[in-house]
Design a protein around this ligand. Structure first.
Ligand SMILES: Nc1ncnc2c1ncn2[C@@H]1O[C@H](COP(=O)(O)OP(=O)(O)OP(=O)(O)O)[C@@H](O)[C@H]1O
Ligand SMILES: [Mg+2]
Length: 402
């Protein structure tokens, strides 16, 4: 598959070339170094010398792979393929291809194409040359093109997981329903007490299936609209009032305190779909409530505190530069271990530690993520185990209304 590299090289022209090819004089072009040539490549490429050291790393490889380049080169899958490429002593050595899977610092799947080439030793940067260097003798370099396939692999995995989880989640209550129907038709046909008990359980299972299907349909509707930016103007104050009223129904009779602080700027508005934004905030409050209440042992009678707040984003570089606002839902619940945070918005992802005793299908935060994406916003979950969780939604504000 080396043609991908070739395509990239001849395809889109230069972005970072030190000496742009068209304007370079003959003399300049003749004296270009390997680094300068590789700077011109709009692809993530490396050149390794005979001792497998990366003597040139293109700017695109730096940008995409930063400090992973060393881990990719050291990876057994890469080294194995490199052994074959180096061992090929024919006149036109065959290219090699390796797939490298890294787990730390984050999961990444990188495909590497490599080809051995004989070049004048003078091309090899100083510090990477063989002992007894002579500019006229040829030397071997291995050119490597890297392609990040993480997104495609994760999407494929999520698709497979989705089908498996959806059918599993539906099959369990369905099997329970069929079992009870058989019992009602047979052994319990003349037992009114058992019939009542079984019908109650069947109603719970049927509602579970209904909730799951509702969430799946809602999610697929949101995904279908994801490319359509909502244009209605939604006042944050009115949005919070609605959510407070709806949340009050969920919290009635429970040991919970809800604080709503709509922020200092009256009339602050965002461009959005009001019903979807209400749904998103309710999903977050419902999570805060159900996981917080399930963790009651730790609070020793203290009420669970949930805060819905609105604030300007801090200027810490984490948020987009355009004018925006943060809508936060904070709770004093059990918190979520850091290793789960990046996966919470995957469909059906649940954290066994907190979710084991609480009903849910793992779709709530996937819905939040898709709605926020549709709004051109950003969704971040911060959490500390034993302290609580803050879910932050950044949304662009509509100016000139207040
Ligand atoms: N505020 C929170 N405190 C502790 N854990 C949380 C909190 N919010 C989410 N989680 C964890 O994240 C997981 C994913 O949440 P999500 O809302 O997507 O699904 P769910 O609540 O399990 O099901 P659903 O929302 O579809 O009914 C939960 O199962 C739970 O483990
Ligand atoms: Mg939820």
């Amino acid at each position: 598959m080396l043609p991908a590299l070739a395509r990239a090289v001849v395809g889109r022209g230069t972005e970072t070339s030190v000496i742009p090819a068209r304007r370079a004089s003959r003399a300049e072009a003749a004296s270009m170094t390997l680094e300068q040539l590789m700077d011109c490549l709009p692809a993530a490429t490396l050149a390794l010398n005979e001792t497998r050291q990366p003597c040139v790393i293109s700017p695109e490889a730096h940008r995409q792979f930063k400090d992973c380049v060393g881990s990719i080169i050291r990876h057994p899958a890469f080294q194995n393929r490199l052994d074959h490429v180096l061992a090929d002593l024919s006149d036109s050595p065959a290219p090699g291809e390796a797939v490298v899977v890294l787990d730390i610092p984050q999961y990444r799947v990188v495909r590497a194409w490599m080809r051995k080439a004989t070049v004048p030793s003078a091309l090899v940067p100083e510090g990477y040359r063989k002992p007894g260097f002579s500019p006229t003798t040829p030397t071997t370099l291995i050119f490597v093109a890297l392609h990040d396939e993480t997104e495609a692999v994760v999407a494929e995995r999520q698709h497979t997981d989705f089908v498996a989880f959806a059918s599993h989640e539906l099959r369990t209550p369905l099997a329970a329903l069929l079992g009870f129907i058989e019992t009602l038709q047979g052994p319990a046909a003349d037992d009114p007490a058992a019939q009542k008990e079984f019908l109650d359980i069947m109603a719970v299972q049927a509602r579970r299936m209904q909730r799951l299907l509702d969430s799946l349909l809602y999610l697929s509707r949101v995904q279908m609209q994801e490319h359509l930016r909502p244009t209605d103007v939604v006042a944050v104050g009115a949005l919070f009032d609605h959510v407070r009223a709806e949340a009050a129904g969920l919290m009635a009779g429970k040991n919970v305190r809800l604080e709503v602080t709509p922020g200092a700027e009256p009339g602050l508005s965002v461009a959005g779909d009001e019903v979807q934004l209400q749904q998103v905030l309710m999903n977050l409050i419902e999570n805060a409530l159900k996981y917080g209440l399930a963790d009651r042992g730790r609070r020793q009678g203290q009420p669970l505190c949930i805060t819905l707040s609105c604030e300007p984003p801090p200027p810490d570089g984490c948020w987009p530069g355009e004018p925006g606002v943060l809508l936060n839902v904070t709770d004093t619940g059990p918190g979520i271990p850091a290793r789960h945070l990046s996966r919470l918005t995957e469909r059906f992802y649940r954290v066994a530690r907190t979710a084991a005793s609480v009903q849910g299908s793992g779709l709530g935060l996937a819905i939040v993520q898709h709605v926020v994406t549709r709004h051109g916003g950003r969704f971040v979950v911060e959490s500390a185990v034993g302290k609580g969780t803050t879910c932050r939604i950044w949304l662009p504000v509509v100016r000139g209304l207040s």
